[in-house]
Design a binder for this molecule. Sequence first.
Ligand SMILES: Nc1nc2c(ncn2[C@@H]2O[C@H](COP(=O)(O)OP(=O)(O)OP(=O)(O)O)[C@@H](O)[C@H]2O)c(=O)[nH]1
Length: 527
Amino acid sequence: MNILLSLRPQLISRSPFVKRSLRRYSGFTKPVTSQLPTIYALSTPANQTSAIAIIRISGTHSKYIYNQLVNSNEAPPIRKAILRNIYSPPSISPRRPHCQEAAKVLLDSSLLLYFQAPQSFTGEDVLELHVHGGKAVVYGILKAIESLHDRNSGKDIRFALPGDFSRRAFQNGKFDLTQLEGIKDLIDSETESQRRSALSSFNGENKVLFGNWRKTIIESMAQLTAIIDFADDNSQELDNTDMIFHDVENNIKCLREEIVTFMQKVRKSIILQDGIKLVLLGAPNVGKSSLVNSLTNDDISIVSDIPGTTRDSVDAIININGYKVIICDTAGIRDKSADKIEILGIERARKKSIQSDLCLFIVDPTNFPKLVPEDILAHLSSDSFRDKRIVIVVNKSDLVSNDEIVRAVCKLRTKVGMKYSIVNVSCKTKEGIEPLIGILTENFKHLSQSSADSNPVIVSKRVSEILRNDVLYGLEEFLSSKDFDNDIVMATENLKYASDGIAKITGQAVGIEEILDSVFSKFCIGK
Ligand SMILES: Nc1nc2c(ncn2[C@@H]2O[C@H](COP(=O)(O)OP(=O)(O)OP(=O)(O)O)[C@@H](O)[C@H]2O)c(=O)[nH]1
């Protein structure tokens, strides 16, 4: 008996989108969105002058819009870039509104690309206009397209809402939600590591992974359902129900471990999205602000030889070797200040360093033997710093001899032990800055990756919440119902809860509309 054949229909709920997509792939090529209005939008940034701007049009009337704009009845060549004059339609001709010749008013000469359904991003007919990026050109062409809307003749054409194009792509089965969220992350990515992670999601790596998880759960449900359905049949295949229970339990345990590991990776990778918090700490005048400026190649912080110049924390977002870093310059820590504002600044510096992911502790070797003030040492040795990553920077190396540096490093080692890296730099000559960036990069890697050979995994907050609250919850409930052989129906329901969770992530779930609204409202217009 094929156990999968005994699956109860309600246990493998398929959404209308999946069914329709299946229809499409079995030879039915009309997009499921063919009855929706044709949408258009500027896909490049609005209200900015640029060499080129791209206007995207998607839907049943894309060809009609093409014919109207190029003032010709020719069929647009498919997937072939062509140069055409773009004219304003008669009704909105800017100069002679009542004259038919006015249709010939030229708006621009542009590159056009036409994609025929279903071979397009949205799965609909898509027209792309690569126009000159002047504001008047873009405005004129958008107005021209808008004027073509005529509900009486069935030409329903409207400006796209945020995420409309991606939503159509999803509805027509071109991508699942994890891939589309990957595209959004790709557009939002600011650094190399964010780009890599978003691209792997867009390329469908998460889709395949989640698909495999769902398959494992559904197969387990099928095995349990077979027991429910044929319990009284004395079927030979079901003689050994204990073995089936054992198999299912093992498979679900393995799956739970896999998802927990995945979630650990996600937690580590979140740091890539939010930015790694790097805080510079040290006594006044050791060169903290100078180091911020050296690392950023910018004049972010004020540098002066007056101790106590930086009185409050200064944050800047920078990119170090592809990592998004929130670098924070702080007030120099000293215990004998009478200045109230400076005291507040010092307090904030301590707090910031506790909240940091990585702390740079800067010392000035010309202060020998008072290299590490006692209060800073006490702060760094406190419980809050037990698992903190710290790199010690011996600055102003241009002012001291090699022997004096060695002496400073030995002194530091006696104070803080061998736990932390020590780097010598000179913010004045820039010597040692590159090796310091190398050490920082290594630390960023460790902070954002769960193992040396694994890539960061970024998923949306929506996905991680569903994984935790639905998928893992369902699996835990299943495994914790110790006597699940006594109440198979209940146990199977827990698995169904987990599998529905994955369907919500990918967009295959029943009642997906509300999920789609929340996902696509975060997209930009024209995407
Ligand atoms: N020769 C030399 N001077 C440096 C170096 N780094 C910083 N300085 C000088 O040291 C002084 C203090 O530098 P800052 O960067 O303002 O020091 P800070 O730690 O931010 O000072 P506070 O704001 O008081 O906490 C300035 O005069 C800098 O020009 C260096 O590597 N070599």
